[in-house]
Design a binder for this molecule. Structure first.
Ligand SMILES: Cc1cc2nc3c(=O)[nH]c(=O)nc-3n(C[C@H](O)[C@H](O)[C@H](O)COP(=O)(O)OP(=O)(O)OC[C@H]3O[C@@H](n4cnc5c(N)ncnc54)[C@H](O)[C@@H]3O)c2cc1C
Length: 439
């Protein structure tokens, strides 16, 4: 219902609005002087069981290099970009200079890191900003890795060097509007024509796709009915990528809806190593290890923030850190982090020794994200009202974790992958669908 308002009332409202509501918000350090915001990033306090001792010199150096850059160069500006849901292009050269893009890929200007070094680098980026780490994950552990694993020699030479420097950016399009968890049933088609292929269909949620120079697109071969992979250039006629608005997490990541209308891809840009969905899974197995390290980094940052905040902020004449209930939450968070790190580290070692199975990777991703959800919500509580402000990191991390819980296989789907491996029985299709397919 609308109340009748006179002209005088409207004028009064306008005057009040211009003199009061239009004032800019106070700077957080003035409005809340008792605790330091995340733009001055807290020192790392979460390495309680001295995880560093398990790392090689190269891995430790990578960790320190990435941590320093993220704390000093990236932390001061991220809340602003998150609020505006804009991508921080100014950060790209800084991330490029770290020489971590391409991760484990050897040669072609890529760093050829151990999977553990790549994992700790992922965590250090996510500790300060989860969106930055998702940007890197899509570019490096999905787009670049697909070319590294499934590309031809000439594709590797052509694309990897500039992707490794972040001079060009990649994205990775598997998910479709009608096929999320059930990705292997995707419906985008690839039809063979003279000199190449014609792609037709739709993709959804594709990170970096609004500005990526190359798009790795998965489509169903109309002759073999199998999944094939293609490198599509951003200016290809018929290709359209539109930003998905109104996200409540990873707001900095530019996720796009992609429409492919008769997009021609020359033969030279077909990824010869993608001939079925199993080939896509080779890439997902490695990237799932990296995704598991994102929540580890997120909770490290959240813990560091809470640890500093509780010692700075006083209530009832004592620092918040002095209250037993707060200490219990802090210790619960710290315990979770130690266990998450050890599971993530063991996953890397299983991969390095060639023993990691899809079930191992899936359990790592699902269990770690579950523990991370518990940990960030404890952190959110500990900061009181400031626990819902991006200025103190925790609220941002809390929201950013939600899409990570869902992407690269939801918690449920990854659980079912492990469940199938340990029982030998697939629980993916409900009994009703299995019965129908028997009829
Ligand atoms: C921020 C963000 C970034 C992303 N980036 C990319 C990207 O770069 N590239 C890309 O290709 N994709 C990307 N995705 C897509 C992502 O991988 C999918 O969102 C994810 O696979 C889940 O699919 P869905 O959202 O369609 O959920 P649905 O598949 O519709 O699932 C909905 C719910 O049903 C449950 N469910 C589904 N099937 C089963 C089953 N068999 N048994 C039990 N439960 C089930 C799920 O666990 C979930 O809880 C991104 C998603 C997000 C949110």
């Amino acid at each position: 219902m609308r109340f009748p308002s006179s002209k005088a009332q409207e004028d009064m409202y306008k005057e009040a609005k211009s003199s009061y509501f239009d004032l800019p918000a106070l700077d957080i350090s003035v409005a809340f002087p008792q605790a330091t915001p995340a733009s001055i990033f807290p020192p790392c306090a979460s390495d309680y069981y001295q995880f560093d001792d398990l790392l090689t010199l190269e891995e430790k150096e990578t960790r320190q290099k990435v941590r320093k850059c993220m704390e000093k160069e990236v932390a001061p500006i991220m809340a602003k970009y998150w609020e505006k849901a804009e991508f921080p292009f100014e950060v790209v050269p800084k991330l490029g200079a770290l020489h971590i893009a391409g991760g484990t890929v050897k040669g072609y200007g890529c760093p050829g890191l151990s999977i553990t070094a790549s994992a700790v680098a992922t965590a250090e980026v996510a500790r300060v900003d989860a969106s930055c780490s998702t940007f890197m994950l899509v570019h490096s552990s999905l787009a670049m890795l697909t070319i590294g694993i499934c590309g031809s020699e000439s594709q590797k030479q052509k694309y990897l060097p500039s992707l490794a420097k972040l001079n060009t950016i990649g994205c990775w399009g598997l998910t479709e509007p009608d096929n999320g968890s059930d990705a292997s049933a995707l419906r985008t088609t690839a039809t063979k024509v003279n000199g190449g292929w014609v792609l037709e269909g739709q993709k959804r949620w594709i990170g970096n796709s609004t500005f990526a120079d190359i798009l790795i697109i998965f489509a169903r071969n109309t002759i073999t009915n199998q999944i094939n992979g293609f490198i599509v250039k951003k200016d290809a006629p018929g290709l359209q990528a539109t930003k998905i608005e109104n996200k409540i997490g990873l707001r900095i990541v530019q996720n796009g809806d992609i429409v492919l209308k008769k997009v021609f891809v020359p033969d030279e840009d077909r990824l010869s190593g993608v001939n079925s969905f199993q080939d896509t899974n080779k890439v997902l197995a490695v990237s799932r290890v990296m995704v598991a390290w994102q929540p580890i980094g997120i909770v490290m940052g959240v813990y560091d923030m809470c640890h500093r905040y509780l010692k700075e902020r006083k209530q009832f004449g004592a620092p918040l850190a002095a209250f037993q209930l707060n200490q219990q939450k802090l210790v619960q968070m710290l315990g979770n982090i130690q266990a998450m790190i050890l599971v993530g580290w063991r996953l890397c070692k299983l991969y390095e020794s060639g023993k990691m199975t899809p079930g191992h990777a899936s359990m790592g991703k699902s269990w770690i994200t579950l523990r991370a959800r518990e940990t960030v919500s404890l952190g959110r509580e500990l900061l009181g009202g400031n626990g819902i402000l991006t200025d103190f990191l925790v609220a941002k991390a809390f929201c950013d974790l939600e899409p990570i819980y869902t992407y690269e296989g939801t918690y449920d789907i990854n659980t079912l992958v492990t469940g199938r491996e340990i029982t030998g029985i697939s629980g993916f299709k409900p009994a009703v669908v299995r019965q129908q397919s028997r009829l």
